[in-house]
Design a protein around this ligand. Structure first.
Ligand SMILES: NC(=O)c1ccc[n+]([C@@H]2O[C@H](COP(=O)([O-])OP(=O)(O)OC[C@H]3O[C@@H](n4cnc5c(N)ncnc54)[C@H](OP(=O)(O)O)[C@@H]3O)[C@@H](O)[C@H]2O)c1
Length: 276
């Protein structure tokens, strides 16, 4: 983990490079709040923003990245296909609409937001078309379990580059992680701070103190050391900066295991386990 920094990247299975730290903007209100958050993040060195059609703030993300002056090639913008837009033609249209709202010519990463039953296969076929047309540099999925990935990989020669899933010490999805690693699918950890709900956990507190970092920094670093791409959300400047100051310490192997063992299958978002 030596020498990583806020702009370090990981190479995806199609050779596209993805920054390992990004700013999440779920529940970041549309308008000035999101524009400020993205603008500030880019000023402190973030190069990656994670939005979605359903977050309602693609236009603000787009405006902030365009106004930042950061060259397009240095930026990494992800958005996601919403459930009601799934299927073949509607996926193609949804991608065009997201690009228009973002004011971009291409997406760095387009994700199927959720494994919606019956339509997800057609959606994936459209995702491949979008990739071929250059509308996105990489395509992936989100909230896919092993079963959903197996189905997709069994039927398609294009393996998703990324699976964006809820992942934090209190939801340590070991089997899914190992499956993704085996298939070359990059794990991207969402809700890496457990949405702020476990920052006061005693072990998080004592280890944060040991490394002279905040609980949030410890949780983000844990994800990075596992090799995930990590996308903490905040709209507050001091926290956006704090969440990026995670490259000046190393959690020991013992302490990583201690954090792993906090798992309590805590799901703070939707649970795709039983989605047929
Ligand atoms: N694919 C999916 O289905 C999916 C689902 C959920 C999330 N995501 C993505 O993942 C991103 C992150 O996940 P998330 O937003 O659910 O949760 P998160 O990043 O785990 O936590 C965000 C919460 O923690 C607070 N916070 C941020 N930094 C903090 C710090 N340093 N100290 C204390 N509190 C802090 C934020 O409040 P303030 O804003 O007030 O600072 C917010 O309430 C999302 O924004 C989204 O881009 C994807």
């Amino acid at each position: 983990m030596a020498n990583l920094n806020i702009q370090s990247t990981v190479k995806l299975n199609n050779d596209v490079r993805m920054p390992i730290l990004g700013l999440g903007v779920y529940q970041s209100p549309p308008g000035r709040v999101t524009r400020n958050a993205v603008n500030f993040a880019l000023r402190v060195g973030y190069r990656h923003v994670d939005t979605a059609r359903i977050y309602g703030n693609e236009a603000d993300v787009g405006e902030a990245v365009r106004e930042s002056g950061v060259p397009r090639g240095d930026l990494f913008v992800t958005t996601k296909l919403w459930n009601s837009d799934q299927s073949y033609d509607s996926t193609l249209r949804a991608c065009e609409a997201s690009l228009k709202r973002l004011g971009l010519d291409y997406l760095d990463l387009y994700l199927v937001h959720f494994p919606v039953t019956d339509v997800r296969k057609e959606s994936w076929r459209a995702m491949k078309t979008l990739l071929e047309k250059g509308k996105c540099q990489a395509i992936g999925v989100s909230n896919f379990t092993i079963r959903h990935l197996e189905e997709l990989i069994g039927e398609s020669h294009v393996i998703p580059s990324v699976n964006q899933i809820e992942f934090h010490p209190f939801l340590y999805q070991k089997e899914l992680l190992e499956y993704c690693q085996m298939k070359g699918v990059q794990v991207e950890a969402y809700s890496p701070l457990a949405r702020g709900e476990r920052l006061k956990h005693p072990r998080i507190g004592s280890l944060a103190e040991k490394y002279a970092k905040t609980p949030g920094q410890l949780m983000i670093r844990w994800g990075l050391q596992h090799g995930f791409v990590v996308i903490p959300k905040s709209t507050r400047e001091e926290r956006i900066r704090e969440n990026s100051q995670v490259f000046d310490f190393d959690i020991s192997d013992d302490d990583m295991r201690s954090l792993d063992s906090l798992n309590e299958d805590l799901r703070l978002n939707w649970d795709p386990t039983n989605v047929p």
